[in-house]
Design a protein around this ligand. Structure first.
Ligand code: CUA
Length: 155
């Protein structure tokens, strides 16, 4: 079968682009450690208020500029809905829902995770610039969905 020269060139180019994409994904996953957030554990959503660490939501100082923010999501608020950390901090957000599926996306960072009842969601973000970073629930969760937000204040 005869293939036109330009057709052949285009097929080779397309194959190279595809291979480049696959190599890029492989390097990202295997070398750079890029991965989608996976559940960090399981928790009974009905017993959240008596299950550590969700019985005491809030910010914990882990030392060396590392923090853990334990946040409970419920219709329609985050608890707590504001935390404050110094510039240069790395914050691991540990979230769980008491009721329906919520979301957590933190503007200006790569932190973006679903908060599914029964699962513990965990994402980490580093804050090198001072300012206010707003997070919102990005999964429609009912009447008050648009009121579900919070912020990280970096000073
Ligand atoms: Cu919670 Cu939308």
């Amino acid at each position: 079968m005869r293939i036109e020269t330009y057709e052949r060139m285009f097929m080779i180019l397309a194959a190279l682009m595809l291979a480049l994409g696959i190599v890029g994904i492989a390097i990202g996953a295997l070398v750079a450690g890029v991965h989608v957030p996976s559940p960090a554990g399981r928790v009974d959503p009905r017993a959240l208020s008596s299950t550590p660490p969700f019985d005491q939501p809030g910010l914990r100082d882990l030392g060396n500029g590392n923090y853990e923010a334990v946040i409970v999501a419920r219709a329609w608020q985050f608890q707590p809905n504001a935390i404050e950390v110094p510039v240069g901090s790395t914050v691991t957000f540990t979230l769980a829902s008491t009721d329906v599926i919520h979301g957590f996306v933190l503007a200006g960072t790569n932190a973006n995770v679903m908060v599914i009842p029964g699962q513990i969601a965990q994402v980490t973000a580093r804050f090198d610039q001072p300012g206010e970073y707003v997070w919102v629930c990005h999964e429609y969760c009912g009447f008050g969905h648009h009121q579900m937000y919070g912020k990280v204040v970096v000073r």
